[in-house]
Design a protein around this ligand. Sequence first.
Ligand SMILES: [Zn+2]
Length: 220
Amino acid sequence: MATSRPKIPSELRRRVLIEAGHRCAIPTCKSTPVEIAHITPWAKTQKHEFKNLIALCPTCHTRFDDPHGPIDRKAMRQYKANLTPLLTISLANRNGQANMLAAYQELRGRFAEWLPAQVEHAAIKSRRSSSREKIKRSKSDAVDKLAWAIGAVADFQSAWGESEVSDLAGAIFYHVADWRDEVESAPSPLPTELKRRDILEEISEASTDLHLMVCEELSM
Ligand SMILES: [Zn+2]
């Protein structure tokens, strides 16, 4: 490609190195020396952004860059997300930051209750042997938790205002809610293509992105 690639600014480079403790960011590796890798290739983003950069040793970098290698982009984003626990975020210097973080933790907590209940209900509804009573019970449990999740999404979006982060949280919620509506309107046992969907896998990449965006926003 003809586009010339600018150097990573030294301040940004330092932040990425410090985040990983100047060691390979894959926790079982932790080798040195390290290089800075782009999680989504530079050729695609044409940008050096903190959320897309990670420190890797040359061996892990090569394994990651190999399209047939064992480390995919989704795994790498997860390694990145694991480097930025929310607890290290400084809450001192920005208006509303504490509320934004609290709303995010609330959202995560509510989703962590709602999603398994919804998945469990779908699993029960997809089994021929499930009794009407059992289906009804699991549905009502999921509906209660859905109500809490809706409240958490609304609170999250009001704390974060109109933003990319709010949009992504909404998109994740609606993706699951659409699947949930399909499960509800389908007969029991659920048709095969619905039964086969792995909703947690479908939202996992977006959830990691949301986490990274929240960390990025709150640590600025
Ligand atoms: Zn490594």
